[in-house]
Design a binder for this molecule. Structure first.
Ligand code: FAD
Length: 259
């Protein structure tokens, strides 16, 4: 199978760099083809702005969604964006590898999403009418592909538990896993998270690397997170509210959107 790793850390000798290297080695040894988009090394431009749309008329106000749609449809996107889209279409699975910075992904990776997930490609896809609200949340360009977050966090696992001060990790990752990955169709696997990343030594790293290997061995086997697909009856149209009666006892907040 084909796996794209999108890696966002400025230092190749970092813990994230070591985990990236381990991921490449393990997947390659298992016979998979692997590509790495190393955003810092590529000098990835993080900000989405007018430079992304060279074919737009000079001096006209920038309407980002419309400009994104025209550039995608007319093949006038910048080459870096077009190349990342090709890589995504090539891949059977995508792994986003990053350190948790301010409870989210580093800005360079968010900028990769903003620029690469163009209108007409990853959003604004499919019929939008009073009967249907587009191909999203389980449908879309990446349907049939898998995605997984691999991240490191300075905080303790307890701090990210159900009653932990930082909030549950699942909730913090919801905008990425549900909003960025499930939205354009990926099946999203449980994240691989390394807590207390600063407290690392060779012995702990080896144990983590073995855990990572086990997850990678099951990349195409493990059941994805059971997010509810949009267009199969769970949501009212056009309010897109979860139907009354769905969501069992104990399912509240963001967890309502899992079956
Ligand atoms: P590194 O700093 O490279 O390494 C961490 C430790 O691992 C070091 O002791 C290093 O020596 C060791 N190590 C590296 N490679 C190996 C190896 N191959 N074998 C053995 N040991 C190794 N944390 C949170 O929990 N929540 C936040 O919101 C948050 N926000 C942050 C915001 C910013 C701007 C920054 C800079 C940090 C933030 N942190 C946060 C902490 C951050 O998540 C951690 O610093 C990060 O996850 C560590 O990953 P790294 O790759 O940078 O580690």
């Amino acid at each position: 199978m084909k796996v794209l790793i999108v890696y966002a850390h400025p230092e190749p000798r970092s813990l994230n760099g070591a985990l990236r290297d381990r991921t490449v080695a393990t997947l390659t040894a298992a016979g998979h083809e692997v590509l790495v988009s190393d955003l810092y090394a590529q000098g990835w431009k993080a900000a989405l702005d007018g430079v992304d749309f060279p074919a737009e008329p000079a001096g006209a106000p920038l309407r980002v969604i419309e400009a994104s749609h025209r550039a995608f449809e007319q093949g006038t996107q910048t080459p870096d964006v077009a190349e990342e889209q090709r890589r995504l279409l090539w891949a059977d699975a995508v792994i986003l590898q990053f350190p948790l910075w301010w409870f989210s992904m580093p800005a360079i990776l968010k900028g990769w999403v903003e620029r690469v997930f163009a209108h007409g490609f990853a959003y604004g896809v499919g019929e939008h009418s009073d009967r249907r609200w587009g191909d999203r949340y389980g449908e879309g360009v990446f349907a049939g592909k898998r995605a997984m977050l691999a991240l490191t966090a300075g905080g303790w696992a307890d701090h990210y538990s159900e009653r932990g001060i930082n909030g549950p990790m699942d909730d913090l990752l919801f905008p990425i896993q549900h909003g960025i990955l499930f939205y354009p169709g990926f099946s999203v696997l449980d994240p691989f998270v390394v807590y207390r990343a600063e407290r690392m030594n060779e012995e702990r790293f080896q144990a983590i690397a073995i855990d990572l290997d086990r997850r990678l061995e099951r990349l195409f086997v493990d059941r994805p997170i059971a997010y509810r697909p949009q267009n199969y009856g769970d949501y009212e149209i056009p309010s897109m509210k979860l139907r009354e009666g769905l969501g069992g006892a104990g399912q509240q907040g963001l967890r309502l959107h899992r079956t």
